[in-house]
Design a protein around this ligand. Sequence first.
Ligand code: DSN
Length: 422
Amino acid sequence: MHQPPIPHVARTDPEIASLIEHEARREFEKIRLIPSENYVSVAVLEASGSVLTNKYSEGYPGRRYYEGQQFVDVIETMAVQRAQALFGVEHANVQPYSGSPANLAVYLAFAQPGDTIMGMSLPMGGHLTHGWPVSVTGKWFRSVQYGVRADTGRLDLDEVRDLARRERPKLIFCGGTAIPRTIDFPAFAEIAAEVGAVLVADIAHIAGLIAGGAHPSPAGHAGVITTTTHKTLRGPRGAMIMSTAEHAKALDKAVFPGLQGGPHDHTTAAIAVALHEAAQPGFRDYAHQVVANARALGGALTARGYDLVSGGTDNHLILVDLTRQGIGGKPAARALDRAGIELNYNTVPYDPRKPFDPSGIRLGTPAITTRGLGEEHMPAIAAWMDDAIAAAAKEDEAALDRIAHEVRDLMAAFPMAGWTTV
Ligand code: DSN
């Protein structure tokens, strides 16, 4: 059952309680490979489910618009200090509701509508909020986008530099949602400095790897760092903006009152708890194991004939082009989910197919590593994936059921925070 238990929900709203219980069991039984997801600790669950949800706290510690901040002020200050210490930054704002509002606050702090901004395009691995046309960031700003090379699947920093020199953007975003390779923050910083842009490192995917020393840090290179708190960082759903002292005031003003009302104090407390967990020595082991698992899984998939975008991975994430397998990403992802392996369909760079029916799948190892799986388990996962994709092509439902059963048997041996079998 769900941990912590939810007897009050069960009594007052049994339908919702039952759905929560089903979701907890689903998370326990599946091999969860969506690279932006994880399992938070019971401590994080408790903090985010606490009475702090009752409080309004517009403003910042010591400068609020409501009374009764005796404890909330201390909590937010602790969260800020823990972020500063963990990431080695001069300033942190822990109030953004999630990654997209955090990025929007950065635009508000540094750009006017119509200004030129630059980011990686969504189908090449960037994020919607880095200036993709359907996002407000692509509608209200003049967005120029860079991608990866067709032959390597990797960024070409000479191309990024040429584009920046030509377009003179006010903001340059680096980072994204489907980048399997190490981000060269010093190189981006050099380009931004040359054209007079503010460099924004969106580390949402890799924040936990950076905290654990498994990916280089943008601190000291990027003037602004944005991140969600719920991916590799393994905290509640939320976000942070970190920066040099120089940008602190503009960013704080942009978050509140520029973009948001009251911060979600229960989330702030849970972020503080997660940051404390990420500062423990065991988190370094976790971060390095995430990368080792991704390398092992990528290697096992390659050995089975799968094409990995950029040829492999340096981090937690793998992007697979299924063209050679003769199946689209969407039917493959559906079949894998049926087989107990959860991931998402994804465009690959230069994808000839449509975004809603693309050529690829995106997967990663943050969640399974939290469950305790190691490199030795990756060949079996690759074999199940291969079998499920072959079964999808033949519409072999029995094979998918068999794999789901085997997956459930494996995962039963790995405890999950948030679920208890007794
Ligand atoms: N939805 C996130 C992801 O899955 O990468 C990005 O916002």
